[in-house]
Design a protein around this ligand. Structure first.
Ligand code: SF4
Length: 397
């Protein structure tokens, strides 16, 4: 069973009631569409175990059916009730009349020269979001980078997605559904358990959107992904990347406890205000303080600071030294990301020498500072390059 934590919990001391209400109200304006299909059937993906039991009770079924269905949906990956062999035919038919086990449909799919694979998934209302699988080139495993929103509100200057207005939040079914659809593509069902290697071995919430601005849906989706009787990914295999929604970082740590990645990208507020405009609301000092108190961070589970290297903007030796000073004492690693150009961007990637000098200063201070090789560049699947042509169909608030 997943950890038993109620979905709506008391605010952490750092998140004021007013702030919590404001974030939740704003998020509600961008709610995903209802889980019912036009024909009245309901999608079972995205429901908690308890909600699944309620749906089944409504048609007169006992609670153990919820456990059976959970196994078929999340362990076996079944989308067709007729495949559920432990369920008698008459019940399979009743289930099919009332429910579906949904998946996003594949609008387009591209595979890079380096085997990175990118899907544009389409959801029931026609909105679309991108998902990327980045295989490890040395071992049979890889990360699935999933989206949490269609578009984004945050407009980070280096990010292609940030040029696309927020259309809406993705629902829990759509978030976990991206991972399930990617596993369909590789035939990785039933869910591997124990020491059995997984090809799709980690989830990184680093696709389109700011996951902490769609926290309730992300929370549900990740609890489903972590459930040991289903997909069974441990919290250590999930990384949530945030631009620094400080009040929600505390909740995320307390309730999900997944690995944290922070898009830092600058060490001075004036520059970070420009590159990551959210900094105007939650400046660097507050962000770093939230990292220091993030639960579960340790040498075995370090916080990752993402730092995109922009030529002549944030890549000086002085900035590397300031970075080291800022994160001193935090169990951390720094991912140095060469900037991936996209049409219309006015930034340029740092040169090799600047990258290496910067990395050396951070490493000499005792932090791992790998230079991340861009993946999937030929299909615009690398960091900050995701973007769709989806449009908001409802008026913005
Ligand atoms: S980096 Fe992330 S938070 Fe910033 S604009 Fe891009 S998708 Fe949004």
């Amino acid at each position: 069973m997943p950890r038993q934590v109620s979905t709506i919990t008391a605010p952490t001391p750092e998140l004021t009631e007013a702030e919590r209400v404001r974030i939740l109200a704003k998020s509600a304006l961008f709610n995903p569409p209802p889980a019912e299909l036009p024909d009245g059937r309901r999608d079972l993906v995205g429901l908690t175990r308890e909600e699944l039991a309620v749906e089944l009770a409504a048609i007169g079924e006992k609670p153990f059916r919820a456990k059976q269905l959970w196994h078929w949906i999340y362990h076996q990956g079944a989308t067709d009730f007729t495949r559920m062999s432990s369920i008698a035919r008459p019940l399979q038919e009743r289930l099919a009349e009332r429910f579906v086990v949904g998946r996003p449909s594949v609008a387009t799919e591209q595979t890079s020269e380096d085997e990175t694979r990118k899907w544009l998934f389409r959801f029931r209302d026609g909105q679309e979001a991108e998902t990327v699988y980045i295989p490890d080139r040395r071992e049979d495993r890889g990360a699935v980078c999933i989206s949490s929103q269609v578009g984004c509100t945050l407009s980070c200057r280096f990010c292609h997605t940030g040029t696309q207005r927020l259309a809406r939040n993705l629902g829990a079914a759509e978030i976990v559904g991206q991972f399930m659809a990617a596993r369909d593509a590789y035939g990785e069902w039933p869910s591997p358990h124990g020491d059995v290697p997984r090809l799709l071995s980690t989830i990184v919430l680093m696709g389109m959107g700011e996951p902490l601005y769609n926290y309730e849906n992300v929370l549900r989706a990740m609890r489903i992904a972590m459930d040991p009787e289903g997909i069974g990914l441990s919290r250590r295999r999930i990384t949530l990347s945030t631009s620094g929604v400080v009040p929600m970082m505390d909740r995320c740590g307390a309730e999900l406890g997944v690995n944290l990645a922070v898009s830092l990208h600058a060490v001075r507020d004036d520059l970070r205000d420009e590159i990551v405009p959210l900094n105007r609301k939650y400046p660097i000092a507050e962000l770093i303080a939230a990292c220091r108190r993030y639960p579960g961070a340790s040498n075995a589970r370090r916080i990752t600071f993402e730092y995109i290297m922009l030529r002549g903007v944030n890549d000086s030796e002085a900035e590397a030294r300031e970075l080291v000073r800022l994160i001193a004492g935090i169990p951390a690693k720094v991912n140095l990301i060469p900037f991936n150009s996209w049409p219309g961007s006015d930034y340029r990637p740092s040169g090799r020498e600047a990258l290496e000098r910067f990395a050396a200063i951070v490493q000499d201070a005792g932090f791992a500072a790998p230079i991340r090789m861009p993946r999937g560049q030929d299909i615009l699947a690398a960091c900050g390059q995701l973007r769709t042509d989806s449009r908001r169909t409802r008026p913005a608030a």
